[in-house]
Design a protein around this ligand. Structure first.
Ligand SMILES: [Zn+2]
Length: 505
């Protein structure tokens, strides 16, 4: 099988890990921010200020920069820091008052002046010695939005206080690096690997080997992370699959305690991907864990493609568990994948070891008949399979797909208390679960209202309905939209809002 679509090239970005003046070098205070829930990229995540490089960033002269590329990245980092927190790390700016800095920021934000022109005009200059390079991290290829982000350490200048400027960021605060990391360990925040690595590294103190420790992982040199721990004990291991564009990967999850390991959706049919996953599983076994089960959220090919390879790698003596509807479909379609054990609705799967971990299975059909989600009530985690995804959209495609069931499933997921993160079958974790679920529900209901209105005008052909209602989708997605319309029409008929005779397709 061929690659379904190519992954996108990462865009240049820069971020600043801001260190407080006169802080305790054994556990320095850093300024971290919570990204707005509204952001498409890592909304609701805790991170450091930063963003994409502008063309103008390269127009700034950075003294003592080793090369033009580094200069442009430092310039972009300094600009983002100024735009997001109002902190200006520029020489010659020491005498500026708070009011003057605000006025400079206004010049920049209102586009009266470009960043390079602004620095020139006020006789400010950037110096590479104020920005310590501590690595570049590339977003794993499971998201269309990808960044090659350069990280810099910078000291917050005297008499300046970061101030979260409403927009991309929701909040921000100073806190000791070790405390920030502890908050992640306590499941209070969601963060990406470079943020966690920085907090851990700084938490061990600002020792002479600090930069070396930052750069000690290959991921700090642009090698995308494979084992993404958005939350302790939950590895997201994206594997390349022939999935539906724009997605190119399926998220396999490895949920573990000190003693046991569950593997969800080993979906890749490609040998090199299967080997990478097997190597990761082997490492976890070598650390003293036993594979409890391979679990399938549903029967779609991009979620089961690597089941047999993994099972045979593990010597065949590991069972595959799924809902009985999934087992039935796999038996009908993919005769080669066998389900050994059925998982019932509400069943609890408890793992031995530390920390104790319990997942409750929820039968949540709609995207697929046997679809299961898994809820860790204590940790606020919901593994959502393809019911909610971190990237791309969910297709409800009859006959497997049933819109009415799907909406009921979303409502059931929405009713779970205390959710703090969703792990979907594609893309990054979702750090604003209720907002995402509300969006999914209201989006479907809005489509349904528009479709019903169109049908009442006498338009019943799905193709024509798509032309009327799906004016916002890419032409390539129109065939999918037709399938979704069919699913909506079926629901409307079940609800008694249109006669069944109006469904054609
Ligand atoms: Zn699916």
């Amino acid at each position: 099988m061929e690659r379904s679509s190519t992954t996108t090239a990462p865009k240049d970005a820069a971020a600043v890990i801001l260190i407080r003046q006169d802080t305790d070098p054994n556990n320095p205070e850093v300024f971290w921010v919570k990204r707005s829930d509204k952001l498409a990229f890592l909304g609701g995540f805790h991170a450091f200020p930063g963003g994409q490089i502008d063309a103008d960033d390269a127009a700034v002269t950075v003294q003592n920069a080793p090369n033009p590329e580094t200069a442009a990245m430092i310039s972009g980092a300094a600009r983002e820091l100024f735009e997001e927190l109002g902190v200006l790390v520029a020489r010659g700016g020491e005498t500026l008052t708070k009011g003057q800095r605000a006025s400079l920021l206004d010049d920049l934000e209102s586009h009266r002046m470009s960043w390079s022109a602004l620095l020139d005009h006020y006789h400010l200059h950037l110096d590479a010695d104020d920005f310590t390079y501590v690595g570049r991290w590339v977003t794993p290829p499971f998201n269309a939005r990808r960044f090659d982000t350069w990280f810099f350490l910078a000291k917050c200048p005297a008499k300046q206080e970061p101030n979260v400027i409403a927009g991309e960021l929701a909040e921000g605060e100073w806190l000791p690096a070790r405390d920030a990391y502890a908050r992640w360990l306590r499941d209070e925040v969601v963060a990406v690997p470079p943020t966690l690595h920085a907090l851990k590294t700084l938490g061990d103190g600002m020792t002479p080997d600090l930069v070396a420790r930052f750069l000690s992982r290959k991921q700090a040199h642009g090698v995308p992370e494979r084992e993404i721990t958005f939350r302790p004990n939950y590895f997201c291991f994206p594997v390349r699959t022939p999935t539906r564009p724009p997605a190119t990967h399926t998220c396999c999850y490895l949920v573990h305690t000190s003693e046991e390991l569950l593997i969800f959706d080993p979906g890749s049919p490609y040998e090199e991907e299967q080997q990478a996953l097997a190597a990761c599983v082997d490492e976890m076994i070598a650390a003293g864990r036993q594979v409890r089960e391979i679990i399938l959220t549903h029967h779609h090919p991009d979620h089961i493609g690597g089941v047999n390879a993994l099972k045979s790698h593990l010597g065949g003596n590991v069972s595959v568990a799924a809902h009985k509807e999934t087992a039935k479909l796999l038996n009908e379609i993919h005769r080669e994948v066998h389900v050994d054990r059925f998982i019932e609705d509400n069943e609890i799967i408890a793992l031995d070891g530390e920390p104790p971990l319990q997942l409750q299975a929820l039968h949540t059909p709609g995207h697929a008949p046997g679809h299961l989600c898994f809820h860790d009530a204590q940790r606020g985690v919901l593994i959502t399979g393809d019911n909610v995804v971190g990237f791309g959209s969910v297709l409800i495609d009859p006959a497997d797909g049933k819109m009415r069931q799907y909406l009921n499933s979303l409502e059931r997921m929405r009713s779970l208390p205390g959710l703090s993160v969703l792990f979907g079958g594609h893309g990054p974790a979702v750090a604003a679960p209720y907002k995402k679920l509300d969006e999914y529900i209201s989006h479907r209901l809005e489509r349904e209202r528009n479709i019903l209105e169109t049908v009442r005008k006498g338009i019943t052909d799905p193709k024509e309905i798509v032309a009327q209602v799906y004016t916002d989708v890419h032409p390539k997605a129109l065939a999918m939209a037709e399938r979704a319309v069919l699913a909506h029409l079926e629901k409307l008929a079940e609800d008694g809002l249109i006669p069944p005779s109006q469904i054609s397709g």
